[in-house]
Design a protein. Structure first.
Length: 241
């Protein structure tokens, strides 16, 4: 694997294991990924939990909104069986559970705050508090499609790395980053071009591409000079080099 391209397991090794679960993160680690990416929301009683969708329907045997579940109710859901029967009984992890494990590794971490549709009061403070507790701030990037959340994090702690998430091209994103107070761009890989890379590299702005699973896409991201990719298949992505 080339040292010039950091490999993040997108929701862990989500192409081979139930996404955003501890076993998925551990599989990405075992595959040789440099880091993992995960999504955080809050339960009804304010516990930060690791799950992508605002509703539990797609990835668990439950129905309804994450925000309407108490933590003790949420962890009783099966987050593995819908992926494969061999993962039956896998649970939705709390962020604290994952950070405790991350602290025992050398992995980098990207936490995506899922605040685009649901306003989770205090989520930024809770995440920062846990990162401080486990002394993981220097290994973590916090990102979101909700750039107010990113700005909130940047204002609360200027030392932690932040990134805005984009699905499409943005006019002069290097200037927009300054207004948000963010450090990097996490952008859909098809929206990346030589113009973007020339201007971001000149300014020392890291660009990380998602979600990159095909070998040709990986090599293109590398050739363009992306700092990292997010992939559902970290094992096969590493073998692409």
């Amino acid at each position: 694997m080339t040292s010039s391209l950091t490999i993040f397991g997108h929701r862990g090794s989500s192409g081979t294991h139930p996404e955003n679960t501890l076993i998925s993160f551990q599989a990405a680690h075992k595959a040789g990924a440099n880091g993992i990416e995960l999504d955080v929301q809050l339960t009804k009683d304010g516990v930060p939990v690791v799950i992508h969708d605002e509703r539990v329907d797609r990835t668990t045997n439950g129905v309804g909104w994450v925000k309407d579940y108490l933590y003790d109710e949420l962890i009783r859901l099966d987050a593995g069986h819908s992926f494969s029967s061999r993962f039956q009984g896998t649970t939705i992890p709390s962020l604290e559970e994952v950070l405790e494990w991350i602290a025992s590794t050398s992995l980098s971490l990207n936490i995506e705050l899922k605040t685009g549709y649901v306003s989770y009061n205090g989520i930024e403070d809770k995440v920062l508090s846990l990162l401080n507790h486990y002394q993981l701030k220097d290994r973590c990037i916090i990102s979101s499609f909700n750039h107010y959340s990113v700005k909130n994090i940047a204002q609360k702690d200027s030392h932690i790395e932040t990134a805005i998430l984009l699905m499409e091209k943005l006019v002069e994103p290097w200037n927009y980053l300054k207004s948000v107070g963010a450090h990097g761009l996490h952008i859909e890989w098809q929206a990346i071009d030589e113009f973007l890379m020339a201007h971001t590299q000149k300014r020392g702005i890291p660009v990380r591409a998602y979600t990159v699973n095909d070998r040709k896409e990986i090599l293109k991201a590398q050739k363009l000079g992306c700092d990292a990719i997010f992939t559902d298949f970290p094992a096969s992505s590493i073998q692409s080099f």
